[in-house]
Structures are given as C-alpha cells and as structure tokens.
Design a protein around this ligand. Structure first.
Ligand SMILES: Nc1ncnc2c1ncn2[C@@H]1O[C@H](COP(=O)(O)OP(=O)(O)OP(=O)(O)O)[C@@H](O)[C@H]1O
Ligand SMILES: [Mg+2]
Length: 229
C-alpha cells in the first residue's frame, strides 16, 4: 500500500479536485484505492453523496486518527491511499505529510500560489518526503505556465503534464464522477490519465531522492525560497 498526500496550504489550488480525479483514474488503471478526507469542508464526502459508480472508498478522519488508520490500512488490500488535506497548516496536515510516500503539491500559475506553498514545502523538506508539484488550472497556453514551470522545476520535481483549467473538472465533481468518467475522450481526461501514469511511474521508480537529498542539490534560488518559508 502506497500513500499519496495532496497538500498545500493555499486554498482552492485543486487538492480535492485532483485527489478525486486521480483516484478514479488509478481505479480505472486497475488499482484499489481508498481516499482519506481530512478537510472538514468535506468536498469529497459531498462528491461521494452524488456518486453512483462503485469505489473508491472514502473515509473522513481527523488528525488524531491518521496514525492508527494508516497502520490498519497497511494491512489492507488497497494499492493506494489518497489523502486530501485542508487548505490550512495544521497538525493534521503534518501527519498527512508524514504518512505519505509521495506528496503532490498543486499550484496555480499565479504569484500568490507560487508564494503560498512555501510553508508546505518547508514541512515536506523537514520530513524528508518525496514530492512533486502539479501545475493546475493553467491557461491552455501562456508565458505564465513557462515561468511558473521553470520556477517550480528549480524547487523540485514537476510532471511533464499540466492540468489546464477546464469546465469538465467542475462538472465531473458536481455529478460524483472523476473527469475520466465524465468525459472520457475529453482533453481534461487525457491530462489526468497522463498525470496518473507519471505519478505511478514515480512511485514505482527506485532510487528517487527524497526531499532532503533534493534540497541538497538545489540551486541558490531554491534555497532562498525554502529559507524564506
Ligand atoms: N483544472 C481545473 N479546471 C477547472 N476548475 C478547477 C480545476 N481544478 C480545480 N478547479 C476548481 O477550483 C475550485 C477549487 O478546487 P478544489 O476544491 O479542488 O481546491 P482545494 O485545494 O481542495 O481547496 P481547499 O484548500 O479549499 O480545500 C473548485 O471549484 C474546482 O472545481
Ligand atoms: Mg479541498
């Protein structure tokens, strides 16, 4: 069982949206998936209320439960546990990072988002966790994507796919689906499938450097960012 934590204290960056659609994509790729929702906003529980298809399992937990729940899940048949965290720094967020085999940090290509993930990144470094940024809600084409991608690539690993802002994401969640179910041939679905297979490859790859080693290899700019965090 591998755990993937969706984390950044910037609200609205797409943690829950990506968590849901990637969980569905992982399930479609043949894996068993369970989602732990740690956010009282309950975006995922609400999604589940509208869902008619089977799986993934969803459980709402709080910070005090995560260690025990993860211990139990380690013995379970799930291939993946996806953990959705709230958009605030909390003990729960730290526990969720600690439980992760990989942290996904969604980020919109805006100056506010690019500044806001620093405390999250500092925690990920402190706990020496593997992580990747995902550029989300990007315009289809813009210099902003290139600038943001260049900045993020200095700080850590960035997939070879960005998630463009598309209505399919909003509409899919509204009817209890992942974007690959809602419009399987759409561009949003294609991007999410590519992102999932990138994540899967990263999870399976051996010899990846966790955050500490990556931090050691960071350039001056990156060090400055983390120090500022
Ligand atoms: N790629 C996308 N294209 C279009 N809309 C998106 C995309 N990703 C997220 N959204 C929309 O942005 C809003 C915020 O997304 P979401 O709730 O997933 O963010 P979050 O990081 O979980 O927020 P919070 O920190 O409040 O939990 C939602 O309305 C969602 O539908
Ligand atoms: Mg959320």
């Amino acid at each position: 069982m591998k755990a993937i934590t969706f984390v950044t204290q910037k609200g609205g960056s797409g943690k829950s949206t990506l968590c849901i659609s990637l969980a569905v994509a992982a399930q479609e790729a043949g894996h068993t998936v369970c989602i732990l929702e740690m956010d009282r906003q309950a975006t995922i529980t609400d999604w589940l209320d509208h869902r008619t298809a089977d799986g993934p399992e969803v459980a709402q937990i709080d910070a005090t439960q995560i260690d025990l729940v993860m211990e139990r899940l380690a013995e379970s048949a799930y291939d993946y546990v996806f953990i959705d965290t709230p958009g605030v720094d909390s003990n729960g967020t730290l526990s969720a990072i600690r439980a992760a085999d990989l942290c996904i940090i969604p980020c919109r290509p805006t100056p506010a988002d690019l500044r806001a993930f620093k405390p999250t990144l500092a925690a990920v470094y402190r706990l020496e966790k593997k992580f990747a940024f995902v550029l989300n809600q990007t315009p289809p084409r813009s210099y902003r994507i290139r600038d943001a991608a260049d900045g993020l690539a200095v700080l850590g690993i960035l997939p070879d796919v960005n998630i463009v802002a598309r209505n399919d994401h909003q509409d899919a969640i509204g009817v209890g689906q992942g974007v690959t179910e809602f419009n399987p041939k759409g561009q949003a679905a294609g991007e999410v499938r590519r992102l999932w297979s990138w994540i899967e490859r990263r999870m399976q790859a051996t010899g990846q450097r966790p955050a500490k080693a990556a931090a050691g290899a960071m350039g001056k700019d990156a060090r400055k960012h983390v120090k500022a965090a």
